[in-house]
Design a protein around this ligand. Structure first.
Ligand SMILES: Cc1cc2nc3c(=O)[nH]c(=O)nc-3n(C[C@H](O)[C@H](O)[C@H](O)COP(=O)(O)OP(=O)(O)OC[C@H]3O[C@@H](n4cnc5c(N)ncnc54)[C@H](O)[C@@H]3O)c2cc1C
Length: 410
């Protein structure tokens, strides 16, 4: 049995490693070297508190205002607005109260084990030192900002996710570099961060090949099917025989799903980071400031500042003004932050309109599977995704009911 996994980001690499370890013969295909997609430069957070749908009213009601603000956290390029309409209508449909409740349950079900699954994967690979011991601080300037984020905290209470409300003194004791502007914070002790998410993909890819897995460089442009999947066709004409295929091509999975007559409404939520090599400060916790929509993570290579959502499709060039806005905001929280020696990066979050990923067998083609659409939480969900996909592919009983994550739910 040969399983071809398409896409060597964190999702494909983790799945390929897991299946190979359990005795499957796996070929991992990517047009690029492993880990050069969204998994390269994400904010490195195992964010078990961030599963709530973006379509909840407290978020989407702010979207019109954000769109009018050139520095707002969500930007739709005017040339892309019309193309986005079908996705946006599905996004609004996911905001019905009954649907929201179900989506919260489904996000929470994946987050429930994601830290433990990640820690177990890291331990298995000898990489336990790659994850932080400290959690994440969610910042609020004042009581009004805290109240505006109340629905987030209420959802955490509903799912019994640990969190602790802190006042100014306690915040300063944990992170002395934070500005006095920050009047309140909530500590999420189970949100941890990786030292370098790219190195994690590389380490998994190395381990995968050491276990006998094969990595093929090539762009997938087609498939050969009969009553089931047979071959994966590459742009250079090569054909890879496959008993099973798993589509994990991140935001590009929609293009492949169209080739398989099973279109999925996947968009790219483009996000940016600024990696500051000599920030002039040191931090232990990652921070998010919901009202300013940015995140800062201490990483192995300095401090990483990121966030924002830009809807502009897969092909438009990056607009690094977006990264400069997040750095400006980060300086409000961290007044001593220096930003002189830095690099900027843009990546494509694979975003489905209802926020939960597709973890599914194809509804049309035997032997074909999808693990995509992890949105803002691909790193968080990767280890759990690998376990669930292994259960699905090998015919074991999935430890989470996968019906809500099916490919044909739209
Ligand atoms: C700014 C930013 C911050 C983020 N922060 C976090 C965070 O803190 N925590 C978190 O959990 N998540 C975060 N995310 C989300 C996370 O990075 C993604 O969900 C995750 O990386 C998706 O992984 P993937 O493997 O599905 O996709 P990718 O990493 O994009 O990998 C897809 C791969 O498929 C390959 N591919 C595509 N098409 C083809 C083809 N036709 N043939 C061959 N290969 C192909 C690509 O080359 C690529 O290597 C963030 C994302 C961004 C952009």
């Amino acid at each position: 049995m040969v399983t071809v996994v398409i896409g060597a980001g964190i999702i494909g690499t983790t799945i390929a490693h897991d299946l190979q370890k359990r005795g499957r013969q796996v070929v991992l295909v990517d047009r690029d070297a492993p880990g050069k997609g969204a998994s390269f430069g994400n904010m490195a957070s195992i964010a078990v508190t961030e599963f709530m749908p973006a379509s909840r009213p407290s978020v989407w009601k702010q979207i019109p205002g954000w769109m009018l603000d050139p520095e707002g956290p969500v930007r739709v390029r005017p040339s892309y607005m019309l193309k986005l309409v079908p996705w946006f209508l599905r996004f609004i449909a996911a905001s019905r109260p009954s649907r929201l409740r179900a989506l919260e349950d489904q996000g929470a079900a994946l987050c429930a084990r994601s830290l433990e699954d990640t820690q177990a994967l890291l331990a298995d690979c000898g990489l336990s030192d790659q994850i932080s011991d400290e959690g994440c601080l969610s910042l609020y300037a004042n009581e009004a900002e805290f109240k505006a984020d109340r629905d987030h905290i209420e959802i955490l209470e509903r799912f019994d996710i640990p969190h602790e409300v802190l006042g100014r003194q306690a915040i300063k004791a944990l992170e002395p570099e934070l500005s006095d502007k920050i009047g309140m914070a909530v500590l999420f002790p189970k949100n941890r961060s990786m030292k370098d998410p790219y190195k994690l993909v590389l380490a998994l890819a190395d381990r995968f090949t050491a276990l006998g897995g094969r990595i093929e460089r090539g762009e997938v442009t087609g498939f050969v099917r009969s009553d089931r999947i047979r071959e994966v066709v590459l742009k250079d004409g090569r054909k890879l025989p496959a008993d099973e295929v798993v589509i994990c091509a991140g935001a590009f999975s929609a293009r492949l799903s169209r080739l398989l007559d099973e279109p999925i409404p996947l968009e790219t939520e483009r996000g940016y980071h600024t990696q500051i090599m000599a920030p002039g400060i040191s931090m232990k916790h990652s921070i998010i400031w919901p009202a300013r929509a940015f995140m800062v993570t201490p990483t192995a290579g300095g401090i990483r500042v990121g966030g924002t959502v830009e809807m502009a499709g897969l092909d438009a060039p990056p607009d690094y003004r977006r990264s400069k806005i997040t750095v400006k905001r980060a300086k409000e929280a961290l007044p001593n932050l220096k930003c002189e020696d830095f690099t900027e990066w843009m990546g494509h979050r694979p975003a489905l309109p209802d926020t939960i990923p597709i973890l599914s067998a194809s509804a049309r083609t035997k032997g074909l599977f999808y693990a995509t659409g992890h949105g803002h939480l691909g790193l968080t969900y990767a280890a759990t995704t690998a376990r669930l996909m292994r259960e699905l592919i090998t015919g074991a009983k999935p430890s989470v009911d996968l019906t809500p994550y099916r490919v044909n739910r739209f």
